[in-house]
Design a protein. Structure first.
Length: 144
């Protein structure tokens, strides 16, 4: 059963690359999370139980195809376990900030069982282009 991580919040990174997690998300995230690269040039943040489930799906993928091996390799090579400090902050590793092109302002978006951290301008551009295709997207997804 997915957790209820939903909503979009704008935050800023401090000079050390730390950001305060939205208060609404903290209880569901627990004491530590796992962050890795997201498919659309964002940082994906998993609560520990959801990371374990995702890790199980990655491990279940066939290792006989290069696509499976490469996807598993690149996601796991960039995975970081991150403690949430007493002020509700996480340190977004430089490697992940570079990958996602994250500047000082970020958009933190709930995505059901995980969070995504986007550079604010990149998120707004992605969101705006998705709105234009929303009807087509909805028609292409079964069960909505």
């Amino acid at each position: 059963m997915p957790v209820g991580l939903q909503g979009s919040y704008t935050h800023k990174l401090d000079s050390k690359g730390r950001m305060v997690l939205p208060a609404r998300f903290r209880e569901e995230l627990g004491q530590s999370v796992v962050a890795t690269i997201g498919i659309e040039r964002c940082v994906t943040v998993y609560p520990q139980p959801q990371w374990e489930a995702f890790l199980g799906r990655l491990e279940a993928m066939s290792s006989s195809t290069s696509k499976s091996r490469n996807l598993r390799r690149i996601i796991l090579a960039h995975a970081h376990e991150i403690e949430i400090d007493g002020m509700g902050r996480i340190l977004v590793p430089q490697q992940l900030r570079d990958y996602a092109g994250i500047g000082q302002e970020v958009s933190v978006n709930g995505n059901g069982d995980k969070l995504e951290i986007w550079d604010k301008a990149a998120w707004e551009s992605y969101r705006d282009s998705s709105w234009e295709d929303l009807r087509e997207l909805a028609e292409g997804v079964e069960g909505i």
